[in-house]
Each structure stands twice: as C-alpha cells, then as structure tokens.
Write a protein that binds this ligand. Structure first.
Ligand code: FES
Length: 513
C-alpha cells in the first residue's frame, strides 16, 4: 500500500512512507530497542507495545495499520510507572535474562490501565501471549500485583533495596541489572546500530546429507546492495568447534553436508531486504543421499562415515568394584531400557553478534556463554593469536547451554574483517532452531541388582548418545551422564559405558540440568 503513515509514538508524531512491520520501524528507524525481536512471527510477545490502549505484538502489525494511532513502548512510560515496575519486578525476582521483560511490562501496564486493581486471573490473561523461558510466571504475577499496589498508592518504593546497602547472606538481593532490563535500556547485540553497519547471513543446506555439487553466487553478486558473498575457500581455516574443531564454517563445493542448516555461502549486504533477496538468488545444486538418522544407524559397520575418523565421536567407561560379580551374586536384578529425545533450549533471544575491525584483528559484541571460548574459536578460524580477537558480552537473552558454541560470532567476525566494516549477524527463529546444539537424544539400558533387604548391590549400563553432526560438548556431557547414572544412591559396584555417535541430526551439546 503506497502512502504516508502518520501516528504518534511515545507522545511524538512520526511518519513513514514505508508499509513495513511495526517492529522494524520502531527498532530500525526510531531505535526504540525495548521492542525486542524474539520470533518475528507473533509467537513470543517480546515485542509487545500498546496501540490505542490495546497490547499488540509489533512484529505482526504493519505501519499502515497504525495510521492515526497512539503507540506506547517502554521508553514512553512515565517516571512513576518506571519506578513502580523496576521496584516491583526487582523485589519479587521477576527478572532474569530480561529479554521478555519490556514486553511483559507493556502487557502488565495495559492490564493495570484497564483495571487498577486487577485480579490474578486478569493478570494471567494479560500476559498469556508473553513467553518467559527463565523466570517462571508466578513471580511475574506477584510483580504485577505489587506494581499495581504501588501505582494505587498503597505501597511505597523502597530505594534502598536497589542500592543494595543491606544485601548480604540471608537476604534477598535486588539484581544489579533490573532497571536496565525492565526499562528496555539494557543492550543485547541486536540493539546495536553502528554507522555503516552491514548485515550478513548464511545460505544453509536444505538436506541433512547431500553432496554439494555447485554453489552458484554469480546472479546474487550482481544485486545492488550486495557487498560480498563468501564461501569455504574464503575462510583462512575452515573449522570451529567448542572443544574439538570438527565443525566446518562453510561446506565447500564437492563436500558432503552433515545436517540441515550447514552453512554454504555467507552473504553480506547493506540492508536486510537485500540480504534476503540475495540469499534466495544463490543457486545450490545438491546430490542428496540417505541420512544417518540415529545412533543405531551410525554404529552399523557399513554406515558411511560422517567425519573422517568414523562415527564414534566420544566414549567413556566409569567403573567401581566388580559389577558383573555383584550382579551375579544379587538376590534380585532388573533390566530396563530408557530413552529421552532431543530437547530445544528455546531461549527467547535468537543468536546475534555485531563485529567490526579492531586494531589488527576484530572485536565482537556477543550474546555469549563463554567470551573466552568464542575468542579461541574465532582465532582458530582466522589462524591468529587469540589476542587479535576481542569479545565483549552484552546481555544474554537466555542460553541454558545452547549459546556455548559459536553460531553467529565467527560469521560476523569473518564478514567484518573481509569487508572492513561493522557487520551484524542475527538468526531468525527457524535458523536458530536448525543450528544451535540441542540436548542429546539418549538411550540407556540399565541392569540393577539388590540384596534380599532391597539394598542396591550393583549397576551395569550402556548409554548411547546421538550427538548429531558435530561434537560440540559430547565428551563432557557423556561423562556427566555416565557419572550421574547412579543417581543419588550408594553403589559399591558399577560398570557404566557411554558412547556418543555422530549422526546427520542437528548437533547436540550443553543443556542445563
Ligand atoms: Fe523471561 Fe528470560 S527473563 S525469558
């Protein structure tokens, strides 16, 4: 729809000629970064704003729909409202990673505006479209009740709590970052807008196991606004990996993909729309092959090798006493097999990094669970001393283990160093789910023995991991599974064997708990 769309944002009149997603206008044009982009498809509520007294998700509204409306974001809260929410959310512990928090605050404000004394049911209904992956909803409901009481004048803000003068052992501390997170002023990498910043994203494999016959970038390179398209040959050392460097930065022509989402070409463009169009113009010719779908298929003698050294990625053997003898002498034994599936972390903030040339290397703003590991991996990719890479962590919008491996950081660094400009790389939600390691799918067969009184005598077990396409943290997690297989019980005789196999599934790695 062509035209000029005029509306008010936080009390100020604004206009745009572009009919685009409201979230893109608020974030990219007005830099109102409290409006968080968690999914871009109306599922998570992180981008909730108030439009004409209604809570709406900015990622599913167009600027044309806003014409004549009054929009409010966290940046437009009154001082009194801001103090009430900061104090209330901080006091009850309703803020953790904070990525969901500004959207939650806007839904809560809308609810309190409609009824200054909302019931628990009304509060729950108000935030039902806002997902929180860290905190749990009970504290949020308590925080909104408290904010409402403060706004009604029934309770006072106690500033000493935020100052932390009385906090210590045995007291409930007020997080230092509550104010930044509640007001939306805290910085995550996607909130960084640098002058001349380019955008980059990878063309990714559609097949879990396919020979890449050709990657044709010729047409895409001609598109105005495309700055560079890099392939495997442009990477100084085409490997990264948290512990073991077995993960190709990009799969080269002639090589085999290992999972859906493997990177094939890195497109760098001046803006996000050009980036999307250019990616669609990269023409990849595949020769698909039957993928290895689980550890049983990977363990077959005739299975094709996913990595040169074979499909057994890691193994562990943990023993104590003599389990075989103790089981043979036990009054009772039982054998059962258990399995658990891959599990997705579902952190609210998709992976994002901003990198730029810095001194004789690069600097990366990252949402990271291990800045030093990221530095190490990026340095390995460039073939540099680690000192040439500087990683600065911003806020991290949830990780739970899923942000231990590099995902966007090395790609942003590569593009920034190649182009000599700042570059932002941000995953879409589907890209995030395809790419970052999951909790391992596991299968374990356990034999337990006990004496006549029911005291455990021995445990014997085999645990099999599907570690997917790359090692990630297969070794440490397998070790954890083996050493924890006994649970909290006292055994004097154990024999625990663990095996982690490569498959053509998404990689598996760290996951809390
Ligand atoms: Fe809600 Fe992290 S605090 S998603």
């Amino acid at each position: 729809m062509a035209g000029t769309y005029t509306f008010r944002v936080n009390g100020r009149e604004v206009s745009t000629n572009e009919d685009k997603k409201l979230i893109r206008f608020l974030r990219d044009d007005l830099h109102l970064t409290s409006v968080k982009d968690g999914c871009s498809e109306g599922a998570c509520g992180s981008c909730t704003v108030i439009a004409d007294h209604k809570a709406v998700r900015a990622c599913i509204k167009q600027t044309s729909e806003m014409a004549g409306k009054e929009i409010l974001t966290c940046e437009g809260l009154t001082g009194r409202e801001e103090e009430a929410f900061v104090y209330a959310f901080g006091k009850v512990g309703a803020v953790q990673c904070g990525f969901c928090t500004p959207g939650m605050v806007m839904s809560a404000k809308c609810c309190i505006d409609q009824n200054p004394s909302p019931t628990e049911e009304e509060i729950k209904a108000a935030i039902r479209g806002n997902l929180c992956r860290c905190t749990g909803y009970q504290k949020l409901v308590e925080g909104i009740h408290l904010a409402a009481r403060i706004l009604r004048g029934e309770e006072q803000v106690d500033r000493t709590l935020e100052e932390g003068a009385d906090s210590g052992i045995g007291t409930s501390a007020f997080r230092r970052d509550v104010r930044a997170k509640v007001t939306g002023r805290g910085i995550y990498p996607d909130d960084i807008y640098l002058k001349g910043m380019l955008h980059a994203s990878c063309v990714r494999s559609l097949y879990p196991r396919a020979r890449v016959k050709k990657i044709d970038c010729a047409q895409a390179k001609k598109l105005p606004g495309v700055v560079a398209i890099l392939t495997a040959g442009d990477v100084p050392n085409n490997k990264v990996g948290h512990i073991e460097q077995d993960w190709d930065v990009m799969i080269a022509e002639g090589d085999m993909t290992r999972c859906v989402g493997d990177a094939l070409a890195l497109v760098v463009a001046r803006d996000i729309e050009t980036l999307k169009r250019a990616k669609a113009m990269v023409d990849v010719t595949y020769e698909p092959e039957v993928p290895i779908r689980n550890w049983r298929e990977a363990a077959r003698a005739e299975a094709p090798k996913i990595h040169e050294r074979g499909n057994l990625c890691q193994s562990r053997h943990v023993t104590r006493g003599n389990a075989r003898k103790a089981l043979a002498e036990s009054a009772y034994t039982v054998t059962e097999t258990f399995s658990t599936p891959f599990t997705e972390h579902a952190f609210l903030e998709p992976e994002c990094a901003v990198a730029f040339p810095y001194r004789d290397g690069v600097k990366i703003y990252s949402t990271d669970q291990g800045a030093y590991d990221t530095r190490k991996e990026v340095a390995i990719m460039f073939g540099w001393e680690p000192e040439r890479v500087v990683v600065e962590n911003t806020f991290v919008g949830g990780g739970f283990g899923g942000k231990e491996d590099v995902s966007v950081q090395h790609i942003a660094a590569l593009a920034a160093y190649h182009c000599g400009c700042p570059v932002k790389v941000k995953f879409s939600r589907p890209e995030s789910i395809d790419f970052h390691p999951k909790r391992h799918a596991m299968e374990g067969t356990f034999t337990l023995g006990c004496d006549k009184e029911g005291n455990f005598t021995a445990l014997d077990c085999d645990i099999y991991f599907d570690t997917g396409a790359y090692a990630s943290l297969c070794g440490p997690v397998l070790e954890r599974a083996c050493t924890h297989a006994v649970g909290p019980y006292c055994y004097q005789n154990t024999d625990i064997r663990g095996y982690g196999y490569y498959t053509n599934n998404p990689p598996a790695g760290a996951f809390r708990g």
